[in-house]
Design a protein around this ligand. Sequence first.
Ligand code: FAD
Ligand code: PHB
Length: 402
Amino acid sequence: MAANIIRTQVGIVGAGPAGLLLSQLLHLEGIESVVVETQTRKHVEERNRAGVLEQGTVDLLKAAGAGDRMRREGLVHHGIELLFNRRAHRIDLHELTGGRAITVYAQHEVVKDLIRVRIDAGGQILFEVGDVCLTGLDSGAPSILFQHAGDAREVVCDYIAGCDGFRGISRPSIPACVLRFYEHVYPFAWLGILAEAEPASQELIYANHESGFALLSMRSPSVSRLYLQCRPEEDLSLWPDERIWEELRRRFTTDEGFHLNEGPLVQKSVTAMRSFVTEPMQYGRLYLAGDAAHIVPPTGAKGMNLAVADVRILARALAWRYRTGSSDLLASYSDTCLRRVWRTQHFSWWMTSLLHRAAGDDEFSYRRQLAELDQVTTSRAAAATLAENYTGLPFDFPGEQP
Ligand code: FAD
Ligand code: PHB
């Protein structure tokens, strides 16, 4: 075979959490894969995004052999705070779910760990590829065509996993007439900062304030991650550091005298908020996973966790196919994933609508939110629903294959 043609079992487009974890899970099943990624290794290892890992994500990363550093450095949280009417209310995730927790560990650290285990195991990840294009999706031998280090190359495989995020080429490679899209764009965004400041709280604080939503999260015992609701078209140049701190101080004010720790900002960004689902998540021999197939607003901290849940299902379906010859689990891949996807869409939308103020929202909407927050923080049943969804639906969620 010509040197520019690589033959493998599964071709994976995208070295984000979905693509890398899939490659590792397949490796553990004895299945070969090649990952192609447009960005540099440094870029994907430094891209600051998600921070909250569900219990099931943590367990799967450990089982995949990528959990050692997360075990040492991840911050295990047993609760979160909801702040409204100038008072913080704790939701005891651990107690309400019979012992489940979340772990705060940055997505780019997960990516670093996965790249390391893949490379240590001899896995192939081709960074800095260009002009990626998928062909033969409805044939028995699809391929990924791309440029790499000045050469035209091709990965010929049995199956392709489209793990290339919301703006990748996998979803647009499917004929538009076979897909349906469901979308909701929110009339607000998040202005996010990373600050060299000790987190002012041990646990995450989600705040509903008359001026809009704010979130206190963290990356380590010395780095805070903070967000505040802003307009989708917000111009960052209008937000000098002092204005950001002033707005954060306002939104985190409590009658108990909560004090926000401040420090130098190391990053500022604006993130749009959208809910998006593609149905089905498969066409021919191409299987979409993660953000390539769906997007949730970040309020429920679900995006990366959903990507992980998809590839867990896909790895099992592929393993079943190679072990037994049966494509049954591959055939049900999309339906199996979509059940969790829609449950998670609902939860993320609900958290978002509970905590944000849209321009033009009247006083009635605000009072309604306060009543719902009152219920969530005083009714055990309502708090348990939040806790169950926030820590993550179990992997043996009814409807998923064993
Ligand atoms: P990605 O991480 O987007 O990876 C896709 C990869 O494909 C990228 O490396 C990209 O460079 C590559 N690629 C793109 N096009 C091509 C191509 N043509 N060829 C080859 N490669 C390509 N989720 C949570 O679970 N918890 C949170 O707390 C959370 N917070 C968030 C906060 C913010 C500010 C943002 C922006 C997101 C947050 N998310 C969160 C969402 C989470 O980051 C995403 O859901 C997650 O990155 C999805 O992983 P993925 O592997 O599917 O896609
Ligand atoms: C984060 O730490 O980046 C984070 C935490 C919780 C969210 C979203 C983002 O809901």
